[in-house]
Design a protein around this ligand. Structure first.
Ligand code: ADP
Length: 600
């Protein structure tokens, strides 16, 4: 059995909250959907009664006068009436499908926007990633989206109309049939309730498995991983891992199916008992002359219609609860609590001073202090080189500055004010970072550089392309900077080398024209000539901007005003290149000497 849902809110209160959230949005987006659905509801409700009412008339005619004209008329009413209504129902169903697509598109875009705007910290948090997955699957095939949530409502109305019609007929001729059917329906209510709970719990457990499964599927079919997978012979290992997740998924489903099976047997058993009791009761009524044979057949159809509509009604109610509970995951994602504090203070348009005041930091869910009492001040236009061994905390220092995380202790100040007090996007706007793991998109070179920062004429892009040493490459391309990167969507797209990718990323940072440029290992993928070129033009590239430059290659430190040497989360040495090489046994002087050997 699956564990009980620990969430405090009940399924019903979640359903109400979810409906309150989605229906006003859906109404605002496409009112037509509600009108078409209502029309379909009425058509669906009327359809079965054509046959229920007219069929006994045919039987009565056959047993009595056998008037051919009447028989033809009744048959025609059933054939044409039923078919026309069914046709109208299907046609309306197609229109509803189109609305469903429109709603799905809208909510997918909203979800994409939310994920893009989530605090960066969440992108490294398992719970947040699981929430994204739960929202994704919950809002798509599990709930069927807005139409999936609303359609049970309309079906409910249709079923209530059918119940009223069939109960009226039954009450007149065979009231006990109503009781027999009601008992079976009550059992079905109980059973469906049980199986729904099992299903919802199963979905919760599956979110993580689905995410892992998706990761393997994505990695194995993504060409970019192809080199490593082939050369390291990782194919079997990856398939093995994929296989094991698949088995876990299957056993999860099997567990669910096994939990549901006994309840299915109970429900089927009561179904059989109902059939026996109904035939027995109606047979006795015919034999005792209480009802005629046409009424006998009518009661059978009305009884079936009553039971199926009752079961459907119940299914509708439970479906609303079930589907809204799945869709609720979307609301949870939309309302996912922020990871960092955000203020409203405006960033002043002045020369900025950045100060780390005794900043310490431990990554969430870990207990190692990655930064430990870091204090440093950086004035506008200063160029700071940050060096240190791998894992010393250099990138974390930059992540804190860019507010991807908040310090655990101490504070970071911009122009004397804690950065938490500033409007988040205004604050982010002062930085142009190039991270080690920057990403380029399958867009044109131009679009990769400009992104959302359209601020100048094309000239500017061309100038920057030249500054970062990409002019020759771009000029050699037929479509110049309009050339697409990668072959994902364009067979003429180029596959830039690591160095070229890095240059495009640097061009993107420079184009943004933010006053603080952060380059984290910006030349790691460049050849020595290209690296030298970037260094040579560093002042032109960065100009009067503040620059933080993280690099393993200490030759880059020569053109920075100050160097901060990070070691085990602390700034161990701080000064100019000339000052630091003089420190006997110092971290910097050791590193410099070791590297100088290669450069000499
Ligand atoms: P550097 O840039 O100097 O190589 P980092 O700042 O990237 O060092 O990392 C410092 C330490 O923090 C390393 O031990 C690294 O494993 C750890 N670390 C980095 N990112 C995370 C993270 N998201 N969660 C937990 N630990 C992390």
């Amino acid at each position: 059995m699956f564990k009980k849902n620990k969430e405090k809110s009940s399924g019903t209160s979640i359903a109400v909250k979810t409906l309150k959230y989605f229906i006003p949005i859906a109404w605002k987006l496409h009112k037509g959907y509600f009108f078409v659905s209502l029309l379909k509801t009425i058509v669906d409700a009327v359809q079965p009664f054509v046959s229920i009412i007219v069929s006994p008339l045919i039987i009565a005619e056959l047993l009595g006068e056998r008037n051919i004209e009447k028989l033809i008329l009744y048959t025609a009413v059933i054939a044409v009436g039923s078919n026309l209504l069914s046709l109208a129902g299907s046609q309306l169903g197609v229109i509803i499908e189109k609305y469903s697509e429109k709603f799905d598109n809208y909510f997918s875009v909203q979800m994409g926007r939310r994920v893009m705007e989530m605090d960066f910290q969440h992108t490294e948090d398992k719970r947040a990633l699981d929430q994204v997955e739960a929202a994704n699957t919950g809002m798509s095939w599990y709930s069927g989206g807005v139409v999936g949530i609303c359609s049970p409502f309309f079906e409910m109305i249709s079923n209530i109309l059918k119940i009223l019609g069939s109960v009226t007929l039954i009450a007149v001729y065979a009231p006990v049939l109503f009781l027999i059917t009601a008992v079976v329906v009550a059992v079905k209510v109980f059973v469906t309730n049980k199986t729904n709970k099992i299903e919802i719990e199963a979905h919760k457990g599956l979110s993580k498995l689905n995410r892992v499964f998706g990761y393997y599927g994505f990695t194995l079919t993504d060409f970019r991983y192809g080199k490593d997978i082939r050369l390291y012979g990782a194919g079997d290992m990856m398939l093995g891992k994929w296989n094991s997740v698949t088995h876990e998924q299957i056993s999860h489903w099997a567990k669910r199916a096994n939990s549901e099976l006994p309840w299915d047997h109970v429900s089927n058993g009561f179904g059989v008992a109902r059939d026996i009791a109904s035939y027995l009761y109606l047979g006795i009524l015919v034999l005792t002359g209480s009802i005629t044979i046409p009424v006998f057949t009518q009661m059978l159809s009305a009884g079936s219609a009553f039971q199926s509509s009752m079961s459907a009604l119940l299914w509708n109610v439970q479906n609303i609860v079930k589907r809204t509970n799945y869709a609720y995951e979307y609301i949870k994602l939309m309302e996912y609590p922020a990871a960092i504090e955000k203020g409203s203070r405006h960033v002043k348009n002045i020369d900025h001073t950045i100060e780390f005041r005794n900043v310490s930091f431990t990554y969430p869910n870990t207990d190692v202090k990655v930064l430990d009492g870091v204090s440093i001040t950086l004035h506008q236009g200063e160029h700071l080189s940050v060096v240190g061994l791998n894992g010393a905390g250099k990138t974390t220092f930059v992540k804190l500055l860019c507010r991807l995380y908040d310090p655990t202790d101490g504070e970071i100040l911009l122009d004397g004010i804690d950065i938490k007090e500033y409007d988040y996007s205004e604050y982010m706007n002062i930085f142009s970072p190039v991270f080690q793991d920057f990403r380029l998109f399958a867009f044109s070179i131009n679009e990769n550089i400009i992104l959302d920062n359209v601020n100048d004429a094309q000239n500017n892009v061309d100038g920057i392309i030249e500054q970062v040493g990409l002019k020759e490459k771009v000029d050699s391309l037929e479509k110049g900077s309009g050339t697409m990167l990668f072959k994902s969507f364009d067979e003429n797209g180029i596959e830039p080398s690591g160095g070229e990718q890095q240059k495009i990323a640097i061009a993107r940072a420079l184009y943004k024209k933010a006053p603080v440029v952060i380059l984290d290992e910006p030349t790691a993928a460049l050849d020595p000539v290209a690296e030298y070129d970037i260094y040579r033009h560093f002042d032109t590239l960065v100009g009067g901007k503040t620059a933080i430059y993280i690099s393993h290659r200490l030759s880059s430190c020569k053109f920075c005003d100050r160097i901060a040497v990070f070691s085990e989360g602390r700034i161990k040495e701080y000064g100019t290149h000339e000052e630091l090489v003089e420190i006997d046994g110092g971290v910097y002087s050791e590193m410099f000497r070791a590297q100088a050997r290669y450069y000499n």
